[in-house]
Design a protein around this ligand. Structure first.
Ligand code: AGP
Length: 612
């Protein structure tokens, strides 16, 4: 998604702005630009379609010199990735500049009104209405923030913006409604604005998360915030603990591979302090709902998108097994428009790595509007979904930079298992079962380490299948969501078409696809339904299908029945999904690298989809 950086302080702004944009590259973008108020008092804007390197090339030798500026990386939503559509946008007189994340839903009406007032539009973007609204409101010698506030009160939709103007120099005005934005509070009069902490950590780790409706003002003396409806507000300063190194690749070729190999530690982090071995239960400090209120919950709905929706499916299976509470899983984009049957006895869980996915946030707000208690399972601390749910569980997985989610997924699955255990032990799950689950969860990080040692074998396997154009992933029970996730990983990073199916569904259609060109990945760990999966494998082989089987260590009779075997340590069916997912992540990664794909920033994808 789009990235915002703003800087005001004693330094030359351009290098700081470009450094911040570099830290946001992972979000996916197709144009970039900066605006700086120069030492001569002019406002200069340089913006280019393409990568940040194109912008840097354009700045070579004629960089605007000044200590106050804003910058942006754009992921096109309204209008293509062209120079005129790139941000910052600036007013007719060129003395106000704005950068914007989000979508203005009443842009068309506002554009008509402004055109009637004589404003001319250069771009196809919805953002441009903001700059002209500010210009129209900015009369006399009023403060910039008042003009911005007057403009934003006319706007419907999601925005995160930063604004500068030569009419009120030495100041950045920032505002958010539905699109994340935070302030960086540096030392010696240095202030920043960013759409996420990655843009700020090189300068400061002290940040202020803005809430919807907030307008913040940064000037040489300090910063203050007011709410469009409630007036002055005081937002706390948070300390961001992620070191920049955590955001760099640390020797791996891609962020995605780094994050796959981080999973032993990210799983340790999501489990840290949350397993009470003797009591056979989990301890979740973020579940602030009382046991009595929890017992009032009659059903659970889990809502998410993409990979998070796959972990939600696993959550359904786990919570129903452990707590015997009915669980339904809903695509967030569907849930929000289906007049969902939700009330105060329905717990709605929103799962989101970024905590900013627009559809998931909208689904959460719809659930709250209908009176449901809400819970978040989120990675990004302080993100909107995290702050808008009643309570929740943080993943503590650290920043996930690769667009394809890997460590966040396995941490989501474990967080859901922890919640299922938490709920189950309060609703009749036995101590003995609790002990079994605690043991299985505790073993996962080391077991994942053992699977990662097979990376070379999986790369060799990828070389055998790199030219295939289609794949089928099959699994039953807990392995069905794993099949879906494996298919999504492959298609989103290697651009090979792949589908996940419940293994038994093969005979209801997909088996017509099977031939030598349609390899099948079968998730077949030793569990109560292994024999059924084996018969599905034999159906595939009988039609000349090639099979890659992911099985449990010690399964020696499968080898003669399939083309390739990847074995993983044994675990409970409930936790086995964490282990069978790892080889699929590596397979997708290596296929993508062998095919020369942009693994960390696959075409058309963004890390956080903050638009509908
Ligand atoms: C994951 O590999 C995908 N990039 C995508 O499906 C992602 O899971 C989805 O957009 C949801 O993102 P979130 O978890 O940040 O809400």
């Amino acid at each position: 998604m789009c990235g915002i950086v703003g800087y005001l302080g004693p330094r030359d702004a351009s290098p700081v702005l470009l450094e911040g944009l570099r830290r946001l590259e992972y979000r996916g973008y197709d144009s970039a630009g900066i605006s700086v108020i120069t030492e001569e008092g002019d406002l200069r804007t340089v913006k280019k379609p393409g990568k940040i390197s194109v912008l840097e090339e354009a700045l070579n030798g004629n960089r605007p010199m000044g200590n106050c500026g804003i910058a942006h990386t754009r992921w096109a939503t309204h209008g293509g990735p062209t120079e005129v559509n790139a941000h910052p946008h600036f007013s007719a007189d060129g003395d106000i500049a704005v950068v914007h994340n989000g979508i203005i839903e009443n842009a068309d009406e506002l554009r008509e009104d402004l055109q009637e007032l004589g404003y001319e539009f250069r771009s196809e973007t919805d953002t441009e209405v903001i700059i002209h609204l500010i210009d129209e409101a900015f009369k006399g010698n009023q403060a910039l923030e008042n003009a911005v506030a007057a403009a934003l009160l006319q706007v419907e939709g999601a925005y995160g913006i930063a604004v500068i103007s030569t009419r009120d120099p030495g100041k950045i005005v920032a505002a958010r409604n539905g699109s994340p934005l935070l302030l960086g509070i540096g030392k010696d009069g240095e202030y920043l604005v960013g759409s996420d902490a990655a843009a700020l950590v090189t300068r400061t780790r002290d940040v202020v998360y803005l809430d919807d409706g907030d307008v913040a003002v940064l000037n040489g003396e300090g910063h203050w915030t007011f709410h469009l409806e409630r007036g002055a507000v005081d937002r706390p300063i948070h300390r961001v603990t992620w070191d920049l190194g955590a955001i760099e690749k640390e020797g791996f070729e891609h962020f995605m591979l780094k994050e796959i190999f981080e999973q032993p530690s990210s799983l340790r982090d999501v489990l840290r302090g949350r397993l009470l071995a003797d009591e056979g239960v989990s301890k979740l400090g973020g579940i602030t709902i009382s046991d009595l209120e929890l017992l009032r919950i009659k059903r659970i709905i889990i809502t998410a998108c993409g990979t998070s929706w796959h972990s939600a499916l696993l959550g359904e299976y786990m919570i129903e097994e452990l707590a015997r509470v009915p669980v339904e899983v809903e695509y967030a984009s569907e849930f929000r428009y289906k007049s969902p049957l939700v009330d105060e006895t329905t717990l709605v869980i929103a799962i989101s790595q970024s905590g900013e996915t627009a559809d998931t946030l909208a689904a959460l707000r719809e659930a709250k509007r209908r009176g449901a208690p809400t819970m978040g399972i989120v990675n990004a601390v302080g993100s909107t979904i995290a702050r808008e749910t009643d309570f929740g569980v943080y993943l503590h997985a650290g920043p996930e930079i690769g667009v394809a989610s890997t460590k966040a997924f396995t941490s989501q699955v474990v967080a859901l298992a922890l919640f299922g255990l938490y709920l189950g032990r309060r609703r009749g799950l036995s101590l003995e079962a609790g002990h079994r689950i605690v043991r299985a969860l505790s073993a996962l990080p080391n077991q994942v380490e053992r699977i990662l040692e097979k990376d070379g074998d999986i790369r060799a396997l990828a070389e055998k299948y790199v030219d295939c154009r289609n794949f089928l992933y099959l699994g039953r029970g807990y392995q069905f969501p794993v099949a879906l996730e494996g298919a999504l990983k492959l298609k989103e990073v290697s651009y090979i078409h792949a589908e996940g199916y419940p293994a038994a569904e093969m005979k209801h259609g997909p088996i017509a696809l099977i031939d030598d060109d349609m390899p099948v990945v079968a998730l077949a760990p030793t569990d109560p339904i292994y024999a059924k999966v084996l018969s599905n494998i034999e159906e595939v082989r009988a039609r000349q299908g090639r099979v890659i089987a992911v099985v449990t260590e010690g399964n020696t009779d499968i080898a003669e029945k399939v083309d390739h075997v990847i074995s993983v340590p044994v675990s409970l069916p409930l936790t086995q999904a964490v282990l069978t997912t790892i080889p699929l992540q590596l397979l997708a990664y290596h296929m993508a690298v062998l095919r020369g794909c942009d693994v960390d920033q696959p075409r058309n994808l963004a890390k956080s989809v903050t638009v509908e």
